[in-house]
Design a protein around this ligand. Structure first.
Ligand SMILES: Cc1ncc(COP(=O)(O)O)c(C=O)c1O
Length: 333
C-alpha cells in the first residue's frame, strides 16, 4: 500500500471514464477518455488534482499567499487563482506575455478571481523567471505575508502526487470496464501529469505504455523534465515511500514530439478541425494548446499504424476549454 502526503479535497472526483464509441468505430480501436476536464466547472482540468497536494503543503507550511507562473492563458494559473479565492489565500500570477486587449479566456477568470497579475514580455521570460518569482514573493513578505511559490504547472515532486493518486481511480475504472489499456496518452506541457501517470501506472503494476504528447518542447527536454520531477519526489518523500522509492528509477518515460506544430499555444489547422470534429461527433470539447494537439497526434499515430498492437487506448482529457475563446478566429465552420 502506498502512503500519500496530506491532501485537500478540491477536485470533483472520480471523473468518468467514457468510451468514445463513434471515434472508436472509425479508428477500429477502442478509444476511452478519462474526463478530467470534468474535475470542476471553472476549476476544470488536470491542475486541480495536482493542487490538492501542492496547496495542502502550502497550508501545512503556514503560508497565506501563493505566487505562481505561466502563459497568459495558463490553465494552471486560472485554477490556482480560483482555488486561492476559495481557500482565502492571496494569489500573485507572474505571466509570460502582455495584452492590452480586454481579458479573455483564462485571463478573464484570473481577474474575476481577484488574483494580482504581473505581465512580462515573452522575450527573456524563461531566463528571468526565477528572479521574477523571487521578487513577487519578496513583495509579499514586505507586506507581512508568508508566500508559497508554485513552479510552472505545479509540476514538481509535490504536484505529481495528483496523478499518482489518479491512477488508483483509473484502476477502479479499468476493473469496472474490464480493460487493461495498452496505452495511456496525455498532453505534456510541464511534465508533471506525465510523471504522475508514469509512476502511478508502474506502481499499479500495469503493462500499459504511458505516452506524453509534447505540446511545446522536444522529447529530450521532456525526458529530462519528467525525470527531474520524479527525482524531486524521491528526495522529498524518502521516509514516506520506503521501498516504493525505486519506482522512479525503474519506469520508462515515453514522449512523442511529432505533433508540437508551430510551437507552444500555436496549432495547425488540423488541430482546430479535430477540436470541431470531436465536439460534433462525441460532444467533447478539447483545446488548441494541449488536448487538441495531443488527441490529434493520437489519432494520426493510430491511422499510421504505429499503435498496431492497441486494443484499448485511454486518453486523459486534461481540460483547457477556456483556451478556445481567445483563438476563436482560427475555427472554420
Ligand atoms: C489543459 C492542459 N492539459 C495538459 C497540460 C499539461 O500538463 P503538465 O503541465 O502536467 O505537463 C496542461 C498544463 O500544462 C493543461 O493546462
Amino acid at each position: 500500500m502506498l502512503s500519500f502526503p496530506s491532501r485537500l479535497n478540491l477536485a470533483q472526483t472520480p471523473t468518468p471514464l467514457q468510451c468514445l464509441s463513434r471515434v472508436s468505430g472509425e479508428l477500429g480501436v477502442n478509444i476511452w477518455m478519462k474526463r478530467d476536464d470534468l474535475t470542476g466547472c471553472t476549476l476544470s482540468g488536470n491542475k486541480v488534482r495536482k493542487l490538492e497536494f501542492t496547496l495542502a503543503e502550502a497550508l501545512a507550511q503556514g503560508c497565506d499567499s501563493i505566487v505562481t507562473c505561466g502563459g497568459l492563458q495558463s490553465n494552471h494559473c486560472r485554477a490556482t487563482a480560483l482555488l486561492g479565492a476559495q481557500l482565502g489565500l492571496k494569489v500573485v500570477l507572474v505571466l509570460r506575455g502582455e495584452t492590452y486587449e480586454a481579458a479573455d479566456g483564462n485571463l478573464l477568470l484570473d481577474y474575476l478571481a481577484g488574483a494580482e497579475i504581473k505581465q512580462y514580455p515573452v522575450k527573456g521570460f524563461a531566463r528571468s523567471l526565477p528572479s521574477l518569482l523571487d521578487q513577487a514573493a519578496e513583495e509579499l513578505r514586505q507586506e507581512g505575508r508568508k508566500p508559497f511559490v508554485i513552479p510552472t504547472g505545479a509540476s514538481d515532486g509535490i504536484g505529481i502526487w495528483g496523478y499518482i493518486a489518479a491512477c488508483k481511480e483509473l484502476g477502479a475504472d479499468f476493473s469496472r470496464e474490464r480493460i487493461v489499456p495498452s496505452h495511456i496518452v496525455m498532453a505534456t506541457g510541464s511534465g508533471g501529469t506525465q510523471a504522475g501517470l508514469t509512476l502511478g501506472a508502474y506502481l499499479q503494476g500495469w503493462s500499459s505504455q504511458v505516452i506524453g504528447m509534447a505540446v511545446c518542447d522536444d522529447e529530450a527536454y521532456f525526458h529530462d523534465k519528467v525525470r527531474a520531477d520524479m527525482t524531486d519526489w524521491q528526495q522529498r518523500y524518502q521516509s514516506l515511500l520506503g521501498e516504493k522509492i525505486r519506482a522512479a528509477d525503474e519506469c520508462n518515460i515515453l514522449v512523442n514530439d511529432r505533433y508540437i506544430g508551430p510551437g507552444y499555444a500555436k496549432a495547425d489547422q488540423e488541430v482546430f478541425d479535430t477540436i470541431s470534429w470531436l465536439a460534433r461527433t462525441e460532444g467533447v470539447v478539447l483545446d488548441p494548446v494541449y488536448t487538441g494537439k495531443a488527441f490529434y497526434g493520437l489519432i494520426e499515430e493510430v491511422k499510421a499504424g504505429r499503435m498496431s498492437d492497441a486494443k484499448d487506448i485511454v486518453f486523459v482529457h486534461t481540460g483547457g476549454v477556456f483556451g478556445n475563446f481567445p483563438q476563436r478566429s482560427e475555427f472554420s465552420f
